[in-house]
Design a binder for this molecule. Structure first.
Ligand code: ACO
Length: 217
């Protein structure tokens, strides 16, 4: 190990983890370990994957290099973050544009071409996916996922764990609750209650999940 080597461990070995690894390698990191809980979810290109923490929590090496939870399902990322006692790294692609007045929480990943405009707060373990556009004065909750090419206008709020689908558009001042799903290409014109799924143009609620199921998180 060289004196200034940047080291990181990756928790998750599916396709999403490979995008994160690309970002990290371009930023000069050495990936020292990869973990996964589910052998069936491991990408064929993932090599040397160690057992994750969920089945053997006490055996997991919590201390050590910082971690990025590279798991695409928001509720899984939240559950893993809850049980790990690790420090976390961020992964921000060099082509992403992030305003100096905005903040990015620990464990969050920001992929190629994404933009985060001024005075925006992005929480912990968030995915800001390829080419996503998060405009000024947004608040993005922990464990949210802003999918590729989604566009959030000014003063938008996205609650904890919510997933904004690919290419969705959210107009200014809209508040999306926690653990919501906004379908691909949806145009969100109105506030969205917690646990709702919204699809279409204009966006309509098609279901609201049983909150008790989500409250277990
Ligand atoms: C790099 C990456 O891959 S990042 C991953 C990004 N992933 C995404 O953006 C996926 C987003 N997912 C979707 O859009 C999905 O269609 C979901 C989550 C909204 C589907 O939700 P489900 O609860 O499974 O709904 P289901 O598939 O049963 O569809 C219910 C109804 O909504 C409609 N519907 C589903 N998705 C959409 C959508 N995006 N836009 C418009 N209508 C939709 C269906 O046609 C169906 O209509 P019907 O009842 O008239 O037949």
């Amino acid at each position: 190990m060289t004196k200034h080597e940047k080291r990181v461990r990756i928790y998750g070995a599916g396709g999403h983890s490979h995008v994160i690894k690309d970002v990290l390698r371009q930023n000069g990191y050495v990936i020292t370990d990869t973990f996964d809980d589910k052998p069936e979810g491991v990408h064929h290109a993932s090599k040397h994957v160690n057992m994750g923490a969920r089945a053997h929590l006490n055996d997991f090496p919590h201390q050590g290099d910082p971690v990025i939870i590279a798991v695409g399902i928001n509720s899984d990322r939240a559950e893993i973050a809850r049980i790990l006692k690790c420090s976390y790294e961020t992964a921000i692609h060099q082509s992403a544009i992030i305003s100096e007045s905005s903040s990015i929480g620990e464990g969050t990943v920001v992929f190629a071409g994404a933009i985060v405009q001024p005075n925006t707060v992005v929480g912990k373990h968030v995915i800001v996916n390829t080419g996503a556009s998060i405009d000024h004065d947004n608040v993005i909750g922990d464990y949210a996922h802003i999918s590729p090419k989604a566009a959030l206008c000014g003063h938008v709020e996205v609650g904890e764990g919510s997933h904004i689908g690919v290419g969705a558009v959210v107009i200014p001042l809209v508040k999306i609750g926690k653990w919501c799903t906004i379908g691909a290409g949806t145009i969100v014109l109105n506030d969205v209650p917690n646990y709702a799924t919204v699809v279409g143009n204009p966006g309509k609620i098609i279901k609201i999940l049983n909150p008790k199921k989500r409250e277990k998180l």
